[in-house]
Each structure stands twice: as C-alpha cells, then as structure tokens.
Design a protein around this ligand. Structure first.
Ligand code: PLP
Length: 437
C-alpha cells in the first residue's frame, strides 16, 4: 500500500522525485497535523453540544415551502449557529446568495445616512468595494445612501494599527469593519486575539461603535470566534467553512439580537424579519454541513500546511509559513513567474473530482485590473471550502490555494500541481539544491 504520498502519487501522476520530496514534507509536518486533529476535536464538541441542546430531529430537515412560516428546522438552525458563535441570535438562510450579500446585510442593517463606516483592516475585499462605493457611481452603494467611508490602513508589518484606529474612531463612526481573512493579499490574516484588541481600541474611543467582522474563511480555524472576543456582528458564506462542503448555497450572520434583526429586515422586509424564508430542500445539507464543518476545515488546513512545507522545501516563499499561526484557510505561495502560476493551476485542476479534463486559462475577470487564473473542480459552483486555487497574473505571481474536503484531495492536487510545474521545466533551481541532482 505504501505511505499516503505513494498511494496518492498514482492519481496525481507524481514521479519518483516528487514522491521523495513530498514524503519528506509530510514527515516534517506530522506534528502539525496532530495539532489540527485537536483543533477539530475541540470545535466538533462545540458543534455537537449545540446540536444536542437544540434536540435536533429528522423533521427539521424536511423543509418548508412558500413563506416558510413556522419552520422549526430553520429556527433551530439559527439557534445552533448562535450557540456555536456564542451570540444572542443568528440568521442562516439559503436566500442569502453569498458572503458578500451577508456582509452587505450587516452593513445596511446598521448604517444610516450621515453615519460613517470605518474600515480598520485596510483595503476591503474586492467584492466589498462596490458596497462601500469605493468604485464611483455604483447605484445603491453605501456612499450613494449618504454613508461615508474612511479607512485605517494596516501597519507596515501588515498588522492592524491600533494607535491609528484609536484616534480615527469618532462620534460619527457608527460601525468599524474588520476583515479576518487575508483575502487575496499577501498580508497576514487577523487572528481572533487581534480582533479582540481592535474591538477594545474601537470601544475605548466610542463605546457606541458597532464592530462588524467579515468572518469569511475564518470559521473553526481557531478555538474561538470573533463574537467571543467582543465583535458585535459577524457574517460569512455557507459555501465556505461553516457549510462543511455540503451546503449548496447560502450565508449567515450572528451577533447582537438587535443587529441580526436589523439585517433580517434588510433581507426580507421590516415586519417580516427572521420569521419567513422557506428552507425548501436545503435543510439537511445545512445541518449536516455545520456538523462536518470543524472536521472539513481541519482537513483543508492539513492540506495547506503540507503545501506550505512542500513549497518551502522547493525554495519558494509561502504565507503563512509552516510554523506560523493560522486564522483562515488560505495558503499563499509566491511562484514568481506567469508560467509557474499557470502550470500550478492547470496541474491542480487535473486532480479535481469535477471538470478534471478542463484546462484553466487566465482571463480578464470583471472588476479586476489584471487577468486572473482559477482552478476549481468543485461539486458546488464557486465553493472555496472545496479545493481551489487562483491568482492574479501580475508580479510576484502568487497562487492562493484554499479548501479541500479531505486532506487526501489537497495532497493529490498539490502533487499534481508540482508535477506539472516540474514537467514544464519550472522549479529547476530549487530542485537541484534539494535533491542534489
Ligand atoms: C469570500 C470572501 C468574501 C465574500 O465573497 P463571496 O464570494 O461573495 O462569498 C468576503 N470577504 C472575504 C475575505 C472572502 O474571502
């Protein structure tokens, strides 16, 4: 049978030399995998306890139609999310179309004309720029509604600048916005501990400022969540971490009851709030996905740590590095050339369960200044809790790798990506110094 790498070398077409170096990477990170098993166990018990308290039963999965009045399954799932995130209330809905939509609901729920929104972790994620109105003339953006936006940039070390945050929060600052994940930037993600420090800095300057966290990619990566260190409201996507790879669509918010109610009024209508929204056929997948999420997130992280070590051995810079703490599921690898980025994504795609025969190419994606290449062979369109990779075609040609429902799949994908790069004569320098050939 051989070791894990040898077994996976068959499907990923890894050559002897790739197997050798990957086996070494695996040996090196075994202790990190054990830590991740502990993380999964901790978060699993949190989730299982919430299911037990809610007395989950099969009838909750049947789903409702039409208005969805009195849908006990939907109400219980809201309770489970609230319990897991340690909040008063949560809103979990298939009618929330994405993470961006969930974050928009949080912002539009809280902010009124004349208010100020303060971004405290630098430039917001691409899809949020339209909401804020950083791009001119976006009808319905916050700026169109008379909400102004200011930003505190990250410090030179890429970390939140607490002193600058303290002096920037003013009387009009209704909300402070924190992005936990690195998104598609080289900066380190913001840990839950650091989010706690930001919240304290904001509240010291203005106790009435609402702290909203974009929790995308962060759920279950640590043993606590932003709402446990003072954040008032979090929002995220169900086709990322908390959907466990099973949720086919949807988003969630969790936090202070009044803020969740305000967001629900934006999603539906004032007066309808949280009381409507059919669950149709989604119920079981939402429940089962949440049940699996801590394990799936740990699997994705195991894959990310393996990739970090393997590319490190190949002489490339990775972020986070193998030993650095993690607070999101993204692994960035600085590949250094357009050829390498294309080979990486095409190699990864070859090892997908869906669309393995498709060859991704760089394309001019709307809203981006550069061409982007994406590898995604997912069961759910765009689900980035499933193994995927992408990168903008610009210096320094960074591949952002994330997700993976099983560590086996991430390892196969990464082996295939490395094999593809190797067979195109890339990585040669790094190779010689490692294998001595
Ligand atoms: C994924 C993501 C979002 C939301 O993106 P959607 O594609 O709309 O779900 C927002 N912020 C960050 C940091 C993300 O990773």
């Amino acid at each position: 049978m051989g070791n894990l790498i040898e077994s996976l070398s068959r499907v990923s077409g890894a050559t002897r030399e790739v197997v050798e170096i990957a086996s070494r990477a695996l040996d090196d990170i075994r202790p990190r995998w054990e830590e991740l098993d502990e993380l999964a166990a901790y978060n699993h018990s949190k989730v299982l306890e919430a299911f037990r308290r809610a007395r989950v039963q099969e009838g909750y999965f049947w789903g409702s139609t039409g208005y969805g009045y009195g849908d006990a399954g939907r109400e219980k799932l809201d309770e489970i999310y609230a319990e897991v995130f340690g909040t008063e209330k949560a809103l979990v809905r298939g009618q929330i179309v994405s993470g961006t939509h969930a974050i928009a609901l949080a912002l539009y729920g809280v902010l009124r004309p004349g208010d100020e929104l303060l971004g405290v972790t630098g430039e917001p994620y691409d899809t949020l720029q339209g909401i804020v109105g950083i791009r001119e003339g976006e009808p319905g953006s916050l700026s169109d509604w008379g909400v102004c936006y200011r930003q505190v940039d990250l410090g030179p070390d890429g970390r939140p600048d607490l002193d600058a945050i303290r002096v920037s929060v003013g009387a009009r600052t209704k909300a402070a916005f924190i992005q936990r994940s690195r998104g598609y930037s080289w900066r380190p993600p913001v840990s839950v501990e650091s989010i706690g420090a930001i919240v304290r800095a904001v509240k010291a300057a203005n106790p009435g400022t609402v702290c909203i966290v974009d929790n995308c990619y962060g759920e279950f990566v640590e043993t606590s969540e932003p709402t446990e260190v003072g954040a008032d409201l979090i929002a995220g996507s169900l086709i990322k971490n908390p959907g466990g790879g099973l949720a086919p669509t949807g988003g969630y918010l969790a936090g202070r009851a009044d803020l969740v109610e305000a967001a629900a009024n934006r999603l539906t209508a004032p007066g309808l709030g949280t009381h409507v929204g059919a669950t149709a056929g989604w119920g079981r997948a939402f429940y089962q996905g949440m049940f699996l999420a801590p394990h799936v997130v740990a699997e994705a992280l195991k894959g990310a740590v393996f990739a970090a070590r393997l590319f490190e051995l190949l002489g490339l810079e990775t972020s986070p590095g193998v030993r650095e703490p993690r607070t999101d599921i993204i692994q960035a690898v600085r590949l250094g050339s357009p050829e390498a980025l294309v080979a990486f994504c095409q190699g990864l795609q070859k090892c997908s369960p869906v669309d393995s025969h498709v060859k991704p190419e760089p394309w001019p994606m709307p809203g981006y200044a550069h061409q982007v290449i994406m590898a995604a062979g997912a069961f759910t369109q765009g689900a980035s809790i499933e193994l995927s990779a992408d990168g903008p075609m610009r210096e320094p040609y960074v591949a952002y790798l994330q997700g993976g429902l099983t560590k086996e799949h991430v390892v196969s994908g990464v082996l295939s990506a490395v094999g593809e790069m190797r067979s195109r004569g890339l990585l040669t320098q790094a190779w010689g110094s490692i294998t001595g050939r």
